[in-house]
Design a protein around this ligand. Sequence first.
Ligand code: MG
Ligand code: ZN
Length: 194
Amino acid sequence: MQRSKPHDRPAVFLDRDGTLIEERGFLDDPGGVEILPTVVDALRLLHRRGFATVVVSNQSGVARGYFDDEAVRAVNGEIARRLANDGVAIDAWYWCSHYDEDCACRKPAPGMIRRAVDEHGLTLDGGAVVGDRGTDVALGHAVGIPGILLPGPYPYEGPEPDFRAETLLEAAEWLALRQAQGDIGVASKRSDSG
Ligand SMILES: [Mg+2]
Ligand SMILES: [Zn+2]
């Protein structure tokens, strides 16, 4: 594990479909955007705790010819607009447009996270990936951070999640607690081993 610089910001990497918004299956219509319950509260909590929030989304509908990158941008823009109405924001948006090719970014490949870390001065320390599929959990493990699993419509295939949360808020609370315990450990050198 490489040491992070002190000014590096911790980050949470969020899946989009089924995590921030209702899973629609190849959504290309901003009108189909429905923000999931607790997402706004979760983002507030994460920002309050100093986490950058970064969306990492597989959008193979582009490579499959169902829609183009502009459609992905339009849906992302609609999500951002809805969240802004509630006073919260996503810090960065990444997606993989590929499908049947050897790209470095299709989850669980770590390309999107690597890019986000470089482009936004992030640290992986204390962070996690949150999503509703095995590829999200595997993505976390690919870069050495926890994978938090949310309930999803698909049968689960993937590595054992580090935490199963019912909602994004529950995932955010788990991260906040972990962060607080880390702080206590550093500040007072806890002697209890649980
Ligand atoms: Mg998903
Ligand atoms: Zn890709």
